[in-house]
Design a binder for this molecule. Structure first.
Ligand SMILES: [Zn+2]
Length: 430
């Protein structure tokens, strides 16, 4: 399988007309030189013309303007494009498809095997959209299938981003990610882990880590159906002591916790309890934002997923929530909250996450800061800043190119033409 895949890569190089690399050379790690038209460095915000990146095996060896290309190097010509580090999406659902958000829940209509097949197709689309690393936060009722997809990618069986997975999310009976409106006499698997006591939460953390979770996902508040339509308060699902117990148990195993929290007491408890990131947060107030700054908590806003997609969704309540989300985003920028790129892709089409960049900029973020949120900032959130997030010597050779200049027009993020992950090319300009 791996051999076949490697020869597929060679075919890609040949198709792109960039070189005549023999498989043995590729495997022994000859140098690859990438000629960049424009190179964006999110570390200092600089844009360099005509830079060269030298890649050996899975790592960046050197990078700079006017670097000499060593004799015999494989050359990839991206001189017509803008090059930047591989993108990082900190909030994805590879096992969720837009159709799963409509009609009967997928735990009722689809086998985990079928959902895994869909997940395999999804990760390829996300990789080809420029996302070389993703934190996948909840398998949405597909059990440990996210672990299987991650492992399949790591073993070179299927193409996909580097995945950090969180398996089942922790929730409470009646809270978020429960099946609703069903006959209580029928037993149907719940999409998340129901943990109604602190002891149950701790035990579930252990079970998930045992079976492969890289992160723990906690539902600290309910979902849209739990939001009070008058006050916009969300349902708090955990106490600060609950969160602390989950965070401490996760940390014992070297894991971090991501909390779904819209705002209010649930969000405050999550932050005080020590979660590393708040997901969504569209109903947060000044007190909560201040707490995030004090505790150094990251925020994945997932702006796009709350926009109404149909007339049915376009309710007065939804419009108020979206307007609030925008305000919170602008306040968070002013207050210095650490904003990391997260999309909730899966709730909408895989491979289309770039739309989040457009919204972030539409809400007032500078394009370079939006790119930072998906590179350097996201790498910090994942505690991977020494390995990914920028194009620097020693880091993984995660490199993408887009058509156009995203600093001048963020729409360019939708036009990803080249993707390299850990030195392997997965997409080349036609
Ligand atoms: Zn989500």
């Amino acid at each position: 399988m791996i051999r076949k895949f490697a020869s597929g890569l060679v075919a890609l190089f040949l198709l792109a007309g960039v070189a005549d690399l023999a498989p043995t050379e590729a495997q022994t790690g000859a140098v690859t030189a990438i000629r960049c038209g424009r190179l964006i460095n999110p570390v200092d915000g600089s844009v360099t013309e005509n830079a060269v990146i030298l890649v050996r095996q899975d790592r960046i060896e050197r990078v700079g303007a006017g670097l000499q290309i060593p004799a015999g190097a494989q050359v990839i010509d991206l001189s017509r494009y803008t090059v930047m580090p591989g993108l990082i999406d900190c909030h994805t659902h590879v096992l969720l498809q837009p159709e799963d958000e409509r009609g009967a829940p997928p735990v009722v209509t689809k086998s985990q095997a079928f959902r895994t097949v869909q997940g395999v197709a999804a990760v390829r689309k996300d990789l080809e959209a420029g996302f070389t690393t993703m934190r996948d936060v909840d398998s949405e009722g597909a059990g440990f299938a996210d672990v299987a997809i991650r492992d399949g990618i790591n073993r070179g069986i299927i193409p996909g981003p580097r995945l950090l997975v969180s398996t089942l999310a922790l929730t409470i009976t009646g809270g978020h990610m429960n099946n609703t409106g069903l006959n209580p006499d029928i037993q149907i698997p719940e999409p998340a882990a129901l943990t109604d006591s602190r002891e149950a939460m701790v035990a579930e953390v252990r079970r998930q880590i045992k079976y492969g979770a890289d992160w723990i996902k906690l539902y600290a508040t309910g979902t849209l159906r739990h939001v009070n339509p008058v006050t916009l308060e969300s349902l708090s699902q955990v106490s600060v002591e609950d969160v602390r117990a989950v965070v401490e148990e996760a940390r014992r195993w070297g894991r971090d916790v991501a909390a779904h929290a819209y705002g209010g007491e649930g969000a405050n408890n999550a932050i005080r309890g020590g979660v590393r990131s708040i997901e969504h947060g569209m109903l947060m107030n000044d007190e909560t934002l201040k707490l995030m700054v004090e505790h150094g908590t990251y925020w994945c806003p997932t702006l796009g997923v709350y926009l109404p997609e149909s007339e049915e969704d376009n309710t007065d309540l939804r419009r108020r929530i979206v307007a609030h989300h925008r305000e919170v985003f602008q306040k968070a920028m002013r207050m210095g909250v650490k904003i990391a790129f997260g999309t909730d892709v899966g709730a909408y089409e895989h491979g289309t996450s770039a739309r989040e960049f457009l919204l972030m900029c539409d809400y007032g973020m500078k394009p370079i800061d939006a790119i930072r949120s998906a590179t350097t900032r996201a790498a910090e959130l994942l505690r991977m800043e020494k390995q990914i997030g920028s194009i620097e010597a020693g880091k993984f050779a995660d490199v993408i190119a887009v058509e156009g200049n995203p600093i001048a027009d963020i729409q360019a993020m939708k036009r990803v033409v080249f993707v390299m992950k850990a030195g392997q090319v997965y997409k080349s300009p036609k």
